[in-house]
Design a protein around this ligand. Sequence first.
Ligand SMILES: [Zn+2]
Ligand SMILES: [Zn+2]
Ligand SMILES: [Zn+2]
Length: 143
Amino acid sequence: MFNLAWLDPTLSIIVALYIFYQAFGLFRYGLRDILDEQLPETIRKEIATILEQHRGKLLGYHRLRTRRAGSQKLIDFHLTLCKYLSVEEAHDIADHLEKHMKEKIGRADITIHVEPCPFETCPGRHKCPGDFPFNKETPKSSE
Ligand SMILES: [Zn+2]
Ligand SMILES: [Zn+2]
Ligand SMILES: [Zn+2]
């Protein structure tokens, strides 16, 4: 008689591989979603568009990051506003942007880091020179 004792472990490995293969095929989409670090480019663009549309109210933004954690959308960026705005005004602008973004992309966890305009002698909130390159890192190291 042939000794078939070796067949058993080999078979179980093959079966295990087959099951894994099937499962991986089924869940590949879910897995890809979880592993996807950034949100799709379309969402990034939508966020950028909203920021561009409010250019008159803000001076710039940078460090826009999008991330996905499971089904959660995480978004954060730095928002440069004139340093002579009140906290309330700055808060309202951030809130307003957040609302727009949620309308566009649905539920999301949005964190906005507000920083003051980088002009040491800013002529005031209405004349604050907001003409430095939009969406570029602010010229001074103000974090
Ligand atoms: Zn200013
Ligand atoms: Zn608006
Ligand atoms: Zn910054």
